[in-house]
Design a protein around this ligand. Structure first.
Ligand code: FES
Length: 158
């Protein structure tokens, strides 16, 4: 993100905050908006939110670290969500995680250096009949094995 874009993003966030400020329980909504704008929630953005909502930074930070849909690390272009729901777990989700980790050379929760992929986990997304399932961005893949992983990474430019 270049500095001008960054500046615009802060403006957009500030505008949003001005609109909702004063209402009850707006923090989560503001954090969602900020994550949508910036892609993640670095400390500087959290400080900006705390300042403009007149909240202590510790409260903002506490919420960000409590909910796992908020991320303090930048995400890659493609987010691979390995389902760890019961049906997928029974059918070998753990192995799928390991195989993705090996293929990408990163650990669960991390992003590749070239920012192409983030490896993440998810709860059941309703594709249990295809277990073990994986969702890449919005696309679901079922019966995931090593070969499928290779195909997925190729399809998304790995
Ligand atoms: S348990 Fe994985 S999609 Fe339902």
């Amino acid at each position: 993100m270049n500095p001008t874009e960054n500046h615009k993003s802060y403006d957009e966030l500030k505008e949003y905050i001005e609109k909702v400020k004063g209402n009850q329980g707006v923090l989560i909504g503001v954090l969602h908006k900020a994550q949508e704008i910036f892609g993640y929630l670095p400390v500087e953005v959290q400080k900006f939110i705390a300042y403009h909502l007149n909240l202590p930074f510790s409260q903002v930070y506490g919420v960000v670290t409590f909910y796992n849909f908020f991320s303090m690390k930048p995400k890659g272009k493609n987010v691979i969500n390995v389902c760890l729901g019961t049906a997928c777990y029974v059918k070998g989700a753990e192995r799928v995680v390991n195989d993705f980790e090996d293929a990408l050379g990163i650990k669960m929760g991390d992003t590749t250096k070239d920012m192409k992929f983030t490896l993440s986990s998810a709860r059941c997304f309703g594709a249990c009949g295809l277990a073990p399932a994986v969702m890449v961005n919005e696309e679901v893949f079922g019966n995931v094995d090593k070969k499928k992983i290779e195909q997925i990474l190729k399809q998304f430019g790995g």
